[in-house]
Design a protein. Sequence first.
Length: 255
Amino acid sequence: MHARSQFQYRRRRPHDPLRTPSPGKARRRAADQGARFIVASEGGLVSTPRLLPAVLAPIVAVSKQTGAQVIIGVNETNPAGDLAFSIEPDGAVQRYAKRHLVPVLEDRFRPGHGSGWIGHGRAMEICKDMDFPTTILRDAAKGVRLMGVPAGDFGRDAWIHGRMAIMGGVEDGFALVRAASNGLVTVSDAQGRVIASKMDSPAGPPLVIADVPLGPGPTFYTMIGDAFDWACAVFACWVGGLLILSRKSRRRTKA
């Protein structure tokens, strides 16, 4: 089974709600080309809680008309929040707040605590959340086969940050759709193979469309987590302790 996915992001002008032009048009362009799982970047839209329904309305309309699921990043003001919204073809909207914020740079935001699980084998995280295996593991255990990740990088870290997220998909058995502003937009399968990748460009937001094979879902690692690592560490300490005791015993014998 495949999910045809699209990655698109748009840079925003800071402190300027509703300046992102025609948010529904870019998603419709992707949907018209066959995308059914559309991911846009972290903070791709800026809004206040009061204006949010109006900001999302064009995207909700596109989702209903085309049958595409859309995951979009929103920076909310008053109160400040780094959020992602999953918009379903039936009009349902699910909200997710970033759980792991970048120190200093994102101190204005309130961290979230809820799961990014959407349902039907899909989930969403935001950027730095993917750096924490235990966070991903808890969501993956619910049966994630496809993960959508709005993200934002710093240019120089684009490759390594993207690969860290891909590794999370390998560990927990899901395909990954990651759209990063100032970084790479990538799609990878559950084996870590990069199916499509494109770098951010000052010329405008890239549109990347690819067929994404769904992952198998929870892996052995998802079930045991870091238990094997800790077991190896304990075993190494035990062996080291035996060697030390053995040497001391030999010295006493010689004496």
